[in-house]
Ligand binder design. Structure first.
Ligand SMILES: [Zn+2]
Length: 198
């Protein structure tokens, strides 16, 4: 969170300083201390929450609710998407949920539905399911890189042009992710399944 240099609107003398404190919350019969963000005046001591604090608190709360509801966390979804080597927009095209759905899932701004959660888990656990979804997504450019997890023998059949284009996309969009996914081949799905099953 960015440094709060604003002066206090109450006393007009002090400056607002970011503070974090654990406070107890209850959800569906479970209790947990969650880290709450707010600002405190260093002169008069008044506490207030700006928009950035409210947003941070909302994300902390939703992340915990997802955990209680046995939904994948935003971080788990991001890791899985990166293992597939796809962008957030591509993930939305493959799994549905609207163009900014994955951005919101991964930041814990919204919780994915139970149906979406199960779809992601099945795609992570069953390579053919992910392949089937990609086939239907209308993103044919994804098929060679994310779906087949090609063996070296398969790679030798891919035209050189196609390979270099993919590597270029790789470098320009998400650094090493796709490279790692391509190199790891079969292990990607194993790792994905292990992650989501954990
Ligand atoms: Zn003050």
């Amino acid at each position: 969170m960015k440094k709060h240099a604003a002066s206090c609107p109450v006393c007009g003398v002090g400056e607002l300083q970011d503070r974090q404190v654990f406070e107890p919350f209850e959800y569906k019969g479970q209790r947990k201390e969650l880290l709450c963000h707010f600002a405190e005046c260093d002169a008069c001591g008044v506490e207030q929450a700006g928009p950035e604090h409210t947003l941070a608190n909302k994300r902390v709360m939703l992340a915990w609710r997802k955990q209680v509801d046995d939904l994948l966390s935003g971080a788990q979804i991001r890791r899985q998407r990166q293992m597939w080597g796809i962008t957030q927009a591509q993930a939305s095209a493959i799994f549905g949920g609207g163009p900014i759905a994955f951005s919101k899932y991964e930041k814990d701004d919204i919780a994915q539905s139970e149906a979406m959660d199960r779809l992601l888990r099945v795609a992570a656990a069953v390579p053919e399911a992910f392949e089937w979804l990609v086939e239907r997504s209308g993103l044919p450019e994804l098929r060679p890189r994310a779906v087949f997890m090609p063996s070296p023998r398969f790679m030798s059949h891919i035209p050189q042009v196609s390979v270099s284009v993919r590597q270029h996309e790789l470098a320009s969009s998400h650094e090493l992710r796709l490279g790692a996914a391509t190199a790891a081949n079969d292990q990607v799905y194993v790792a994905g399944a292990a992650l989501l099953g954990a």
